[in-house]
Design a protein around this ligand. Structure first.
Ligand code: PLP
Length: 409
């Protein structure tokens, strides 16, 4: 029996079925931007494990750093001082507008921490403010409070009642934020670009306008940079490109290049609200994950990877936009840096296109039903992009053949 078949059978028998039918492949190894499946077939990766593997696979310096730390010490607990944790906190503070950091294991947990910190900030001030304004179509994670913050009804319904005190407003509409503020509001929490919601980039000035609202009403401004952070859009943080300075920033995904780690960063005034005992984590910020974070930051800051991301992202966006000219099935191309989305015509399911691309040796993602999502390793090269656009061109052509034009038989 083939290895993939064996894995599929084990998965069907023993794993909780939360992911539905998965794409029919199991990856076994990787190098650079190429993944190899259990049969040894290569795939060019434009998904990076959902915007995680920024350095690609088997990156020599990253791998050596993590291997060395594995052999030395993986975990101790936060009852003791942790060298790599202190050094990663220092590095993140040095290169951001924040003053302090807390490490988690995932993006959802980073957002949970941010939500707790916002509430504690006003508790310390003796003010009864606890409600958080978030955006419709947002995605903040799967734990209960992060899910409640997520402005998508479909994720809430099976788990009602949701933790209360979240209010949802249309994205990219600052007036709606202003109108939603009330005496109990403590914060506004947004993604600088909505990822799972379909790679939706707000209009220029939106985040600045929301920041102004927060400042005027004394609210905390929280940016969820779990997907956009750590170089994805061509800067260390996407908000640097938007001219804002949030009070709290959340990170995960790319921070560990695949080693699980998340973080929330805060300005001193907000961070000071957390006192001993207010928050904690067994694994969060352990020596292994923080060594991974340090290695990622080192690559982003000491090589030309951020500039490469900007240039390659612009090249990629132009290539995808050009495809629009030949295929009416493409309704739009959006995004920034190496976080791009291709909106397909209404009834074209993105998953089917992704499946066809997979068969041709390309891993691409989907979002919001009919958007193709491209969040490759940041080390992706123009040659990979050219190969993908040729592949998409042929996939879209094959669709045209399948759907005869009206009036033809
Ligand atoms: C913007 C954003 N926030 C939070 C999360 C949740 O992160 P995690 O899956 O690591 O809990 C995601 C995951 O896709 C995300 O895109």
């Amino acid at each position: 029996m083939k290895e993939l078949q064996k894995i599929k059978e084990l998965d069907a028998r023993y794993f909780m079925n939360t992911f539905g039918p998965r794409f029919p492949v199991a990856f076994d190894s990787g190098e650079g931007c190429t993944l190899f499946d259990t049969e040894g077939k290569p795939y060019i990766d434009f998904f990076a494990g959902i915007a995680v593997n920024v350095l690609g696979y088997a990156h020599p310096r990253f791998t050596a750093a993590v291997q060395e730390q594995c052999a030395r010490l993986i975990h101790t607990s936060n009852f003791y001082y942790v060298g790599p944790q202190a050094r990663l906190a220092q590095a993140l503070v040095t290169h951001s507008c924040a003053d302090r950091v807390f490490f988690t294991n995932s993006g959802a947990e980073a957002n949970e921490g941010a939500i707790k910190l916002a509430r504690k900030y006003f508790y310390e001030k003796g003010e009864k403010r606890y409600e958080i304004i978030t955006a419709k179509h947002s995605f903040h994670g799967r734990t209960l409070a992060a899910l409640a913050a997520t402005g998508q009804e479909k994720y809430h319904a099976p788990f009602e009642p949701m933790p209360p005190s979240f209010r949802y407003v249309p994205y990219d509409d600052a007036a709606a934020v202003e109108a939603a503020v009330n005496e109990t509001t403590c914060a506004v929490m947004l993604e600088p670009i909505q990822g799972e919601g379909g790679v939706i980039e707000p209009g220029e000035g939106y985040l600045q306008a929301v920041q102004d609202i927060c400042r005027r009403h004394g609210l905390l401004f929280i940016l969820d940079e779990v997907q956009t952070g750590m170089g994805r859009t061509g800067k260390l943080f996407c908000h640097e490109q938007c001219g804002v300075e949030p009070d709290i920033i959340t990170l995960a995904k790319a921070l560990g290049n695949g080693v699980p780690i998340g973080a929330f960063l805060a300005k001193q005034e907000a961070a000071a609200a957390f006192k001993p005992g207010d928050h904690g984590s067994t694994f969060g910020g352990n020596p292994l994950s923080c060594t991974a974070g340090l290695a990622v930051l080192h690559e982003l800051l000491s090589t030309n990877l951020l500039e490469h991301t900007q240039k390659t992202g612009a090249y990629f966006k132009e290539a995808l936009t050009k495809l629009m000219g030949s295929h009416s099935v493409i309704a739009g191309v959006r995004g920034r840096g190496l976080m791009l989305g291709m909106q397909l015509a209404d009834k074209v399911p993105a998953r089917e296109i992704a499946l066809k691309a997979l068969k041709k040796g390309f891993v691409i993602g989907t979002a919001a039903g009919n958007t193709l999502r491209f969040v490759p390793p940041l080390v992706i090269q123009r040659g990979h992009i050219d190969a993908l656009t040729r592949c998409l061109d042929s996939v879209f052509k094959s669709l045209n053949h399948q759907t005869p034009k009206e009036g033809t038989k």
